[in-house]
Design a protein around this ligand. Structure first.
Ligand code: IPE
Ligand code: IPE
Ligand code: MG
Length: 257
């Protein structure tokens, strides 16, 4: 009797989730979701674990959220994994973070290939350690023909560095005569690392910090922002659904009425 009841409850909960996902899909999902994954260190500290344990747990959450974004039919998911300012952290922590892409992709890449996910990266690739570059490059190469969800890692990424690099490339192209006269916002956008992606529709930041920390300053001009106290390693699929439901209730006016 008890087990029948338990089975019934379980089925009910999962069909509730399926209905919820279905409703969200029908309403229109954000095309591009960007996430500032924050709070790994505090999650570990609360458990008297080293900070890197929080990063390890956070990596598993990226996997869960990627699967859910794919299931929802989101076009692009950008995850802020390492900022240009994060080099200031202790050497051992930085070294651990630089090994995470290998660990993450080592086990997850076959699924990404199978599930039609395309891996991309924004940030300064050239100053990453060689082993990190190899792992990221392999994922990009092995998924380049996929045309489903784009899983975009912001790795060694800083928005100001990105903008300055864009400006320098504009100057070079102007000198070469490729650009003539004033440039438009659209043209400038093509000089950013996100040139192939639409601007994010929804930005999520976890851990209760209400700031952008040098993330996509240009691209977030009209993005809907959603902040949560939840620490990244505790973030789950239901939190993502909640964020999207809030987003769907917002009126995006873009300065109009
Ligand atoms: C986010 O978690 C991950 C990275 C910035 C790499 P943190 O490591 O910033 O965690 P907190 O903010 O110290 O809790
Ligand atoms: C932002 O988080 C960078 C990433 C999530 C990769 P930080 O933890 O580095 O940001 P601050 O220092 O709180 O602004
Ligand atoms: Mg932080």
């Amino acid at each position: 009797m008890y087990s029948i009841w338990k089975r019934f409850v379980k089925k009910d909960a999962s069909s509730d989730l399926t209905d919820r996902i279905q409703r969200i899909r029908e309403f229109g999902v954000p095309q591009h979701i960007a996430i500032i994954m924050d709070g790994n260190g505090r999650w570990a500290k609360k458990r008297a674990l080293p900070r890197v344990a929080g990063h390890h747990e956070g990596m598993k959450v990226v996997r869960k959220i990627t699967r859910m974004a794919n299931q929802l039919g989101v076009s692009a998911l950008t995850v802020y994994a390492f900022s240009t300012e994060n080099w200031k952290r202790p050497k051992t922590e930085v070294e651990y973070l630089m090994k995470l892409p290998e660990e993450f992709l080592g086990s997850f890449l076959p699924e990404l290939i199978r599930e039609n996910v395309r891996v991309e990266m924004i940030g300064d690739f050239t100053t990453l350690p060689a082993h990190t570059q190899r792992a990221v490059q392999k994922a990009i190469d092995d998924t380049k023909d996929n045309d489903g969800l784009v899983l975009n890692f912001a790795l060694n990424y800083g928005s100001r560095a990105e903008i300055v690099k864009g400006v320098n490339n504009v100057l070079k192209d102007a000198q070469k005569g490729i650009l003539k006269g004033d440039i438009s916002e659209d043209v400038f956008s093509r000089y950013l690392m996100t040139s192939t992606l639409p601007d994010p529709d929804l930005l999520i930041r976890t851990s209760g910090e209400i700031r952008l920390s040098n993330f996509m300053l240009w691209q977030l001009a009209y993005t809907e922002l959603w902040f949560t106290e939840v620490l990244w390693p505790d973030f789950n699929e239901t939190h993502l659904l909640e964020a999207i439901e809030v987003y769907q209730k917002r009126a995006r006016r873009y300065g109009g009425v």
